[in-house]
Every structure is written in structure tokens, then in C-alpha cells.
Write a protein that binds this ligand. Structure first.
Ligand code: ADP
Ligand code: MG
Length: 405
């Protein structure tokens, strides 16, 4: 996708969302804002170990057309909802009082107000191309588009990391879903043609790492396995507790503080059940560092084997993969892809694939064929590329993206 095409497409979608807003609410919106979903290229289960990640923003975005209201009401409508308008009073928002999808945007308004920002009511219409529940963070896209809309409608002028933190607070404390800061940071701070190098210890200072796929004749594909295995939540808590116990036993603030060179010695003193966990976290942080070094050198293809090694570590050491994700990786590599790995918390969701452009069709054919042969549901194949973070689409911004604030 080239820049001008995506701009035209953004404009067309923004017009359509504004038209629908007028039909629903009877007036024109003050503006239309967009925020993308994200996919993490490498650095999985590292955030709660104070470690590193390397997400990109997706071309798939959530759009919000919004208009300020003076009466303190918050009215919410989504093209992906049940057709009803949720009508809430901003002054009465509190955790647990809102259910369903409305709790994400309502949570953003609540988090802004809790932080002392002068926000009031608004009408919002949401329309998204981010697949929901696929691990691509449609929830963060929704929160971040709402956060930027309120920031601009109410003239708050908060910076990107601050908006990301408030959006995360909405998800954790209002919607009641635990998540790290990566999703919201990626949705807000990513830029076109770059990955975001995030350090969970200093999340406010992410770095852009160039990732120009077309220049290198490369493509990123996503295989949405369309499965979520239910063991997710309890397993996540157990893994996290295991990592924290290992860090305590090693006398470290977090596993991030264990350098790869000290890993063999550390593994000798840890209880057997913690060994694979620590090995994954330390080698995974190392893979993020290696990926960033190679990308900065312009060696984008080197990302392939790093992805594949990351998958093996998640499958064999961390044990959070599933048969569908394993098959997607094997089939993509069999079709000639440079590398692939499951992405997200695990037990389903998406697999990210790096391939030469010449092999793209083959991957798109052979992965679904392998799923059919195994009796799995057909996967959804998506082509992605590092896209822009949250931004206003209309009226057209005078300055650059939020990432440049
Ligand atoms: P993910 O973030 O991986 O897509 P989540 O379960 O965290 O999965 O978030 C999905 C939820 O976010 C949906 O069930 C819905 O409540 C909400 N959501 C996301 N996008 C939209 C949208 N466009 N309209 C309404 N709700 C949405
Ligand atoms: Mg989510």
C-alpha cells in the first residue's frame, strides 16, 4: 500500500463515518479520529518482566466521529454494535456501572476525568476494520481513538504516552481487563514504516525502528487462527507468578535484569519448573535486541529466523502455543516464508509471517490448505504493514501525527 492510496482511503472512510454520524445524531461531528490495531513482531510475555517488545500499528483502524455536548451526556453508537445508542451521564461514570463494548470509550472519559482533566459529554459513532477478539487489540484501538477525540474536542493537548496510559487505565480499571501498556502505546505512538521499540521499564520513551518492507521486497502477513482456547486467563496468572518468583530467587528486581550471558549460571540454581520460563524471557528480550540491531542495519530479512526462534521458545519453553498456531508456522515456512511466530498472549489468536513478496501467494494458499487437511476452521489471512498511529482524519490536521507532538 502506498501513502497516497491510504490517505484517499482514510478520507473516504472518514466521510462515510461522518455521514452515518449525521443520520444517527442529526448534526455534523466536530471531527473524525482514527486509531489502529497492533501486532507485536517480537517480545512476547516480556512486559510484566520489565522487558522489551517491538509492535507495529496495523493498517486496520477504528474510526470515531464525535461531537461535543454541553449537557454532560455521553451517547455511544457502533457500526459493530447492536444498533442501540448507549446513553450515559459523564458525572455518574464509575467502574462496574457500564457493560458491553461501551465500557471501553466510557472508561476513557472516566480515566480522563479521574486524572483531573476537564471533559464533558459527547456523541460518538464508532466504525472499525480491526478484527475483534483476534489478539490485534481492537479494544486499544477503540480506547485510543476515543482518547484522542476527547483530547482534541476538549483542548487537553496531552502527549501520546499520557493518552496511552489513560487508555490503559480505562481498560484495566474501568473495563476490568488486565493488560500492559504495549497495546495503547503502539496504537498511539507508532509511525508508518517503523516498528516501535518499547521498554516496559521506561514506556514513555519508545523508539522508532525503520521497517520498510516494500523496499526489501518483503511482506508481513497475519494468519488469524480464529481460535481462542479457554485456558488463557489462569495460565497467564501462573506464568506471571512463576517469573516473579524466579526474579526473587535470583535477587533481581525483574527477569529483565538477568543478562543473557548469566543465563546458564542462573538456570543451574533455579527449581526445574522455573527454568523454561526464565530461559524464554531472557532469550526473548535478546531476540528483541537482535531484531532492532538488524533492522537498524537494514537487514530486514534477518527478522525471519528471529520470529521462528521466538515461536519455538513460546511453544517449547513457555508452552503457550496451540496446534493451530504451530501448524500456521510450519505451513508458512513450508511455503517458503522467511519466518513466522504466534503473536499475543497465546492459546490462539494470530500468527505473524515474514515472507518475500514472491512467496506471498504460496503462503496464502498453503496455510489454509494445511488447516483444511488438519480439519481446522479456515484461518483468515491478512496482509499488513507498519502503519500510522492514532490521528485526526477530519478536519485534516495542520500538524503531523500525534507521534510527533
Ligand atoms: P482484542 O482487543 O484482541 O480485539 P478484546 O476482547 O480485548 O479483543 O476486545 C474486543 C472487544 O472490544 C469487543 O468484544 C468489543 O466489546 C470491543 N470493541 C472493539 N472494537 C469495537 C467496535 N468497533 N465496536 C464495538 N465494540 C468494539
Ligand atoms: Mg484487547
Amino acid at each position: 500500500m502506498n501513502g497516497s492510496d491510504s490517505h484517499d482511503e482514510d478520507g473516504i472512510r472518514a466521510d462515510r463515518v461522518a455521514d452515518t454520524f449525521r443520520q444517527i445524531f442529526g448534526e455534523s461531528p466536530d471531527g473524525v479520529w482514527a486509531a489502529p490495531g497492533r501486532v507485536n513482531l517480537i517480545g512476547e510475555h516480556t512486559d510484566y518482566n520489565d522487558g522489551f517488545a517491538l509492535p507495529i500499528a496495523l493498517p486496520q483502524t477504528t474510526l470515531i466521529a464525535a461531537r461535543r455536548r454541553a449537557d454532560g451526556r455521553l451517547r455511544l453508537h457502533s457500526a459493530q454494535g447492536d444498533g442501540r445508542i448507549t446513553d450515559l451521564a459523564v458525572a455518574e461514570l464509575s467502574p462496574g456501572t457500564v457493560t458491553g463494548w461501551s465500557r471501553y470509550p466510557a472508561g476513557v472519559v472516566w480515566a480522563l476525568a479521574q486524572a483531573g482533566h476537564a471533559v464533558g459529554g459527547a456523541d460518538l459513532h464508532v466504525d472499525s476494520t480491526v478484527p475483534t477478539g483476534a489478539g490485534l487489540s481492537s479494544s486499544a484501538a477503540l480506547e485510543c481513538a476515543a482518547a484522542l477525540a476527547f483530547d482534541e474536542m476538549y483542548g487537553l493537548r496531552l502527549d501520546g504516552p499520557e493518552l496511552a496510559r489513560l487508555a490503559q487505565r480505562a481498560e484495566n480499571d474501568f473495563a476490568g481487563v488486565p493488560c500492559g501498556i504495549m497495546d495503547q502505546m503502539a496504537s498511539i505512538c507508532c509511525t508508518t514504516g517503523a516498528a516501535l521499540h518499547l521498554d516496559a521499564r521506561t514506556p514513555d520513551r519508545p523508539r522508532q525502528v525503520p521497517l520498510d518492507l516494500p523496499r526489501h521486497g518483503l511482506r508481513l502477513l497475519l494468519v488469524d487462527t480464529r481460535v481462542t482456547h479457554d485456558l488463557g486467563d489462569g495460565a497467564y496468572a501462573a506464568l506471571r507468578a512463576g517469573c516473579e518468583r524466579a526474579a526473587r530467587l535470583l535477587g533481581l528486581p525483574a527477569l529483565r535484569d538477568l543478562p543473557a550471558a548469566h543465563l546458564p549460571r542462573a538456570l543451574r540454581v533455579l527449581p526445574a519448573e522455573l527454568v523454561p520460563l526464565v530461559r524464554h524471557v531472557v532469550t526473548e528480550n535478546d531476540r528483541v535486541a537482535e531484531a532492532v540491531t538488524r533492522l537498524r542495519q537494514g537487514d530486514v530479512a534477518a527478522l525471519g529466523p528471529i520470529l521462528t526462534a521466538g515461536h519455538a521458545s513460546l511453544r517449547d519453553d513457555y508452552r503457550v502455543s496451540c496446534p493451530e498456531a504451530d501448524l500456521a508456522v510450519t505451513a508458512a515456512r513450508g511455503a517458503g516464508a522467511l519466518g513466522a511466530r504466534m503473536t499475543g498472549g497465546g492459546f490462539g489468536g494470530c500468527v505473524v509471517v515474514l515472507t518475500e513478496a514472491a512467496r506471498e501467494d504460496q503462503v496464502n494458499r498453503e496455510v489454509p490448505a494445511a488447516f483444511a487437511a488438519a480439519g481446522f476452521r479456515p484461518p483468515r489471512m491478512l496482509a499488513v504493514a507498519p502503519a500510522a498511529g492514532a490521528r485526526r482524519l477530519s478536519p485534516p490536521p495542520r500538524r503531523g501525527a500525534l507521534a510527533e507532538r
